[in-house]
Design a protein around this ligand. Structure first.
Ligand SMILES: NC(=O)c1ccc[n+]([C@@H]2O[C@H](COP(=O)([O-])OP(=O)(O)OC[C@H]3O[C@@H](n4cnc5c(N)ncnc54)[C@H](OP(=O)(O)O)[C@@H]3O)[C@@H](O)[C@H]2O)c1
Length: 280
């Protein structure tokens, strides 16, 4: 049995891919009502909360591999690591980012704390230190739909953005056959590093109308994120990370996605084409 700790963007796709391969898979969710019928097909749903270790222990019964994905609050993810140790689960695939104990970004320090606890646990593990997600553009969709423009504090910075469907494909592959990936750290990215001005050109081409890009300050970026519903603290932290994009923080590309899944990573153009309705 493979346990996927939450059913967000990455977790839902991991569960779907594993179920399609006929692998026994279980997702831990707070609210089973939010798991759509297609996402449930072939997937066991365990109701629990990462803040409640007893509920994680119930979801962990009979589990051989875990895909650890959540908003990455240390106490919650460490609950999962400790539960996996108690249950004798063999391997944990940890969804993470550019983790570092001395990062200016609190989430990256939190990720480093979780990674270090996982490594110290003695469990088999693989770290997926993902580049920024293409799916972050969904937060700009209301603006693109309304005004055919979007803003970002990424400036001229280029990013090797990755599609969360590819992050999920890498995680599913490793969870299903972890041996070759034990102790490894991967840096999943898309196939190319592009600026937000490049992204505007791709959006224009695929959507068939001109989409403009407006550079924002970090403060303006935080306000824009609050406007699309993020809590103030999270918006400030995410805006700070976007400010780092302008300095080239995510300007790198790896071949980790093709190396693990045996096909090219999805391009930004493919991402926009697959979700054109969201931006139209
Ligand atoms: N965004 C990026 O560009 C980026 C880049 C690299 C890495 N990452 C990493 O990716 C991870 C986030 O993955 P994602 O985008 O798939 O997340 P997501 O779509 O935001 O989903 C998070 C899920 O966690 C669930 N959840 C929250 N608190 C919970 C709790 N206490 N118990 C059980 N479930 C809980 C939420 O469920 P509810 O519906 O119940 O709230 C939601 O389904 C983080 O580690 C982040 O650092 C993100």
């Amino acid at each position: 049995m493979i346990l996927v700790t939450t059913a967000g963007k990455v977790g839902t796709e991991v569960a779907r891919l594993l179920a399609d391969r006929g692998k026994p898979v279980r997702v831990l969710v707070r609210d089973p009502g939010k798991v759509t019928a297609p996402a449930r097909s072939g997937v066991e749903v365990a109701t629990g909360d990462l803040d409640d270790p007893a509920s994680v222990d119930v979801a962990m019964r009979g589990v051989s591999s875990v895909v650890l994905v959540s908003p990455a609050i240390p106490v919650q993810e460490i609950n999962v690591v400790e539960s996996a140790v108690r249950a004798g689960a063999g391997h944990v695939v940890k969804i993470t980012s550019k983790a570092s104990v001395d990062s200016p970004i609190a989430r990256r320090r939190d990720q480093a704390e979780i990674e270090n606890r996982l490594i110290a646990s003695g469990l088999g593990h693989t770290l997926l230190r993902n580049n920024a997600y293409m799916q972050n553009f969904f937060m700009s969709a209301p603006s693109i739909v309304r005004t055919s423009r979007f803003g970002s504090a990424a400036g001229d910075g280029r990013l090797g953005m990755v599609d969360t469907r590819d992050v999920a494909a890498v995680a599913a592959e490793i969870a299903a056959a972890p041996a070759a990936h034990a102790g490894r750290t991967y840096w999943p990215t898309g196939p190319e590093s592009i600026s937000f001005a490049d992204a505007a050109e791709v959006l224009s081409k695929v959507l068939g109308r001109t989409i403009g890009f407006d550079p924002l300050t970090v403060e303006e970026q935080a306000r824009a994120l609050i406007e699309v519903g993020l809590p103030e603290g999270l918006a400030a932290m995410n805006a700070q990370a976007v400010g780092l994009f302008a300095e080239g923080d995510c300007d790198y590309v790896t071949d980790d996605v093709p190396a693990v899944v045996g096909r090219p990573a999805r391009s930004f153009e493919q991402f926009v084409a697959d979700h054109a309705a969201v931006f139209s």
